[in-house]
Design a protein around this ligand. Structure first.
Ligand code: PEP
Ligand code: MG
Length: 870
């Protein structure tokens, strides 16, 4: 088997095997661009490494050694050579890019001999020794996992001894001395000498990159970005180009379009006399790319041409890394650039207008999950105008964030867990901060440019980020900073604007977002190409209106019990729950009926004749019973009972397993009067709205929850139909209505052929269906899911991303059994999965008529449905 490919042996279509970086290095090589040559070890070799118990087997080792030979031939340099030594970088590169999540090793191939050779040849011993000490440091940290801090301490000691402040003030001799101290440190921590043999160094580095596929931050990133663990990473071994050899060298990162706004202009950053990681790490704030033109006019002109070539070739915005060594340009990487949701929409539309992409391709280019950020609140324009910024950084990832200041990623997680909104303020972020960044509303950093880790990761997460605000005087140790004359402490409110980079004191009002402009264009294209409908889960007219604005074509689930959460309504509901006799219950129901009817009327009004599915009561009753004394007293008074009597009733309602207890259609079976009341409310509301708007097609869809046996449905349906027909006859109306059921109990899916005889429609309640199929509680799974992720039993939360293998099989079975029995049966989904893109795709593939999701996810589902159809 072939485990290793020269760059000249691959191309862009080999992404699965070579990873994104490797495939693109190969493609650039094929295009004749200036790429330092090397080879890629395949993703399959990574998978094999894990299969072999985290070892690189002999066959793969053999091929790597063979390819080192080929690389030496191509470059004319040799590992460990005393004439022309080969130095390489070793970088990860998965199929999907995972910026900053895995490991990189630079300057590999150095040892005492080689460092002297390059010192002499370059005439720049300081540079040579700096490379060597960096390499020892990086290798020790990344490959051998000796903590960085020991080396940093040694650097600090050296600087103190020499009486200097900055690393750059250390001389060649100082760095040489440091290198030997580093090696001694290595020997003390590891117990053997630092490896001198470049081939040994290389095997160690390759192993480390494979291993980093499984590091905690990569695992979190993959889960968030739907990247399967099974993919593995490729490893790229590339001849080094040096950006840090002197002032005619440099390194940069650039985008062919603005990754924050999508505007068509070359954007990027450049550092003179630096190595690639210095830009990405955000340690030094770099200069804008345009400045490069002044320093290196020829390399710049060539780079601009390369950008054009690459963009036209890939027909997408490119994100490139490059190095200038002695004024000569080298391309180190290109990829389709990560971008904000806003930029993604603009770029997709522009590419269509420029004739580079079709509408379908434009729709396919947008990651539906990113739309989320556009749907969330922005700062209110008036409030923003009135506010004076305290300072300004780079608008690195747009959005509005308002929260309390915290200083560490751990604090961000902890505060967010107890429900606080926080803004994470850091000198700079490192990949270890990712979970904290996720928990925060926004991120504010003192150092780092548009391409720093914080900026890239925030954009990927769709989270507001302001980076590189150098005016902040930070005191991390004491958890405070000053900006614009104000001292901020942990817990103080701050607002940041990720579009303008402005930073404000206190809280600023936010408003809801709108679908317009490019967003509107893309959504219109999505609607043109999708075949599946998108409905919403809405319980109130406000939610329904919001969802309509966002493009919902109906209500797929109205959870009627949620209509009682409001003040004043809960009382009658509690009276109903705690009723002991049918009379008592009827009395409470009579109070509830008008509420329900007017709510339903408002829903029908809001939906303007589009379908509305109303689900009958499905509350775990204990969620609604009063718990504090005052409420219990109030209920007792209303019922004419003593507090003790009410407490006894509440006790009797206690269930050991409420999720599998007295809920769903079981309530309707025990208390038919509840379902009768709901039927009357639905039908009366529909008749009224139909009267007022004869042009609308009002056809109520009544949905019976938690059915497991067709007899349950038959039993409940009988009095629903009797009640509905009586209401319709009394009103002299010709209203049509449907009665359907949720499929959310495995037995219902297994016997869907029987159930379909009684149901006008099925709607998959995949929350319960997942719970009952796996047999673990949707409320308690959070306790052990993390252990499941760690153990690689699960890659995702099955309550967020549909388990297509198991739960999905039940869904497919239900459709296959149900449709032949009832050809008019329409089928949807209303569990949380209805708004998850990969689950939406699955729903499309098994022939669902619609998905239903929460209002803010409606545009996501519309786009995902289009992508599934394209
Ligand atoms: C479901 O079970 O998937 C569902 C939509 O109903 P609920 O979440 O209300 O149980
Ligand atoms: Mg349910």
């Amino acid at each position: 088997k072939k485990w290793v490919y020269l760059f000249s042996e691959g191309n862009a279509s080999m992404r699965e095997l070579l990873g994104g970086k490797g495939a693109n290095l190969a493609e650039m090589t094929g295009l004749g661009l200036p790429v330092p040559q090397g080879f890629t070890i395949t993703t399959e070799a990574c998978t094999q490494y894990y299969e072999d118990g985290r070892e690189i087997n002999d066959e793969i080792r053999g091929q790597i050694n063979e390819y080192i030979g080929k690389m030496e031939e191509i470059t004319g340099k040799k590992f460990g050579d005393s004439e022309n030594p080969l130095l390489v970088s070793v970088r990860s590169g998965a199929r999907a890019s995972m910026p900053g999540m895995m490991d990189t090793i630079l300057n590999l191939g150095l040892n005492e001999t080689v460092v002297n050779v390059i010192a002499e040849k370059s005439g720049n011993p300081r540079w040579a020794w700096d490379c060597y000490r960096r390499f020892i440091q990086m290798y020790s940290d990344v490959v051998m996992e000796v903590g960085k801090k020991y080396f940093e301490e040694l650097i600090d000691e050296m600087k103190a001894k020499k009486g200097v402040t900055y690393d750059v003030e250390l001389t060649a001799d100082d760095l040489k001395e440091l290198a030997s101290q580093f090696k001694a440190e290595y020997k003390e921590k590891i117990g053997s000498d630092f490896p001198d043999d470049p081939k040994e160094q290389l095997m160690g580095a390759i192993k480390a990159v494979f291993r980093s596929w499984d590091n905690p931050r990569a695992n979190v990133y993959r889960r968030d970005n739907d990247i399967p663990y099974s993919w593995g990473t490729a490893v790229n071994v590339q001849s080094m180009a040096f950006g840090n050899m002197g002032d005619d060298c440099g390194t940069g990162v650039a985008f062919t379009r603005d990754p924050a706004t999508g505007e068509k202009k070359l954007m990027g950053e450049f550092l003179i006399n630096a190595q690639g990681e210095d830009v990405v790490a955000g340690v030094r704030t770099p200069m804008p790319i345009a400045k490069m033109e002044e320093e290196f006019p020829e390399a710049y002109a060539q780079f601009v041409e390369v950008c054009k070539t690459l963009e036209n070739h890939y027909r997408d915005m490119q994100d490139m890394e490059f190095t200038v060594e002695n004024k000569k340009l080298y391309m180190l990487q290109t990829r389709n650039g990560k971008r904000t949701a806003q930029a993604a929409l603009k770029i997709a539309c522009d590419l269509v207008d420029e004739g580079m992409r079709t509408e379908e391709e434009a729709v396919a280019m947008i990651d539906p999950r990113n739309l989320d950020t556009l749907l969330h609140p922005q700062f209110d324009a008036a409030a923003l105008k009135a506010a004076t910024p305290l300072g300004k950084g780079l608008g690195a990832s747009p959005g509005a964030a308002c929260g309390k200041v915290v200083f560490t990623a751990d604090d961000a997680v902890e505060w967010a867990e107890r429900g606080e909104k926080v803004v994470l303020v850091r000198l700079e972020t490192s990949p270890e901060d990712i979970t904290g960044m996720k928990s925060a509303q926004g991120i504010l950093t003192v150092r780092g440019g548009m391409t720093s880790h914080a900026a890239v990761v925030a954009r990927g997460m769709g989270e507001c980020c302001v980076s590189g605000c150098g005016d902040i005087v930070m005191d991390e140790a004491n958890k405070k900073f000053t900006l614009g004359g104000k001292e901020f402490h942990e817990g103080d409110w701050i607002s940041i604007d990720g579009s303008t980079g402005n930073i404000y004191d206190g809280q600023i009002l936010t408003v809801d977002a709108k679908i317009a402009g490019e967003f509107g264009r893309i959504m219109a294209w999505a609607d043109k190409y999708r075949t599946m409908k998108v409905r919403t889960n809405a319980d109130t007219p406000e939610d329904a209106k919001k969802a309509r604005e966002l493009g919902a074509e109906g209500i797929g689930l109205c959870r009627t019990e949620h209509m009682f959460f409001g003040e004043g309504r809960i009382d009658a509901f509690r009276e109903m729950i705690c009723a002991e006799t049918e009379e008592e219950r009827e009395k409470a129901l009579a109070k509830i009926l008008p509420y329900q009817q007017s709510d339903f009327e408002a829903l029908y009004e809001a939906l303007e004749g589009n379908p509305v599915t109303i689900r009958f009561l499905d509350p775990p009753l204990h969620e609604f019973v009063p718990t504090d004394e005052e409420d219990i007293k109030k209920l007792a008074d209303a019922q004419g009972k003593t507090v003790e009597q009410i407490k006894a009733i509440i006790d009797s309602l206690h269930e050991f397993n409420p999720m599998m207890g007295h809920r769903g259609c079981r309530l309707a079976v025990t208390y038919p009067e509840i379902a009768k009341m709901q039927t009357s409310a639905v039908i009366r509301a529909a008749i009224n709205v139909k009267k007022a708007h004869p042009e609308w097609n009002v056809v109520p869809e009544i949905m019976i929850p938690l059915v497991g046996d067709v007899k349950e449905l038959k039993y409940v349906k009988k009095f629903v139909v009797e009640t509905a027909d009586a209401e319709i006859a009394a009103a002299g109306s010709d209203l049509k209505y449907e009665v359907g059921t949720m499929i959310e109990i495995p037995r219902a899916a297994l016997t869907a052929d029987e159930i379909a005889k009684e149901a006008d429609f099925f709607c998959f309640g995949t929350n319960d269906l997942t719970q009952m199929t796996y047999g673990f509680s949707r409320d308690d799974a959070g306790k052990f899911l993390n252990a499941y992720y760690d153990a690689k039993i699960f890659e995702n939360d099955p309550f967020a991303k549909l388990d297509q293998v198991g739960v999905g099989k039940l869904m497919k079975m239900a459709i296959d059994l149900g449709k032949p029995v009832n050809p008019n049966l329409h089928v949807g989904i209303c569990g949380e999965h209805g708004g998850d893109p990969s689950s939406v795709e699955f729903c499309n593939s098994i022939g669902l008529n619609y998905v239903s999701c929460s209002p803010f996810r409606v545009p996501i589902a519309r786009l995902a449905a289009a992508q599934a159809a394209i």
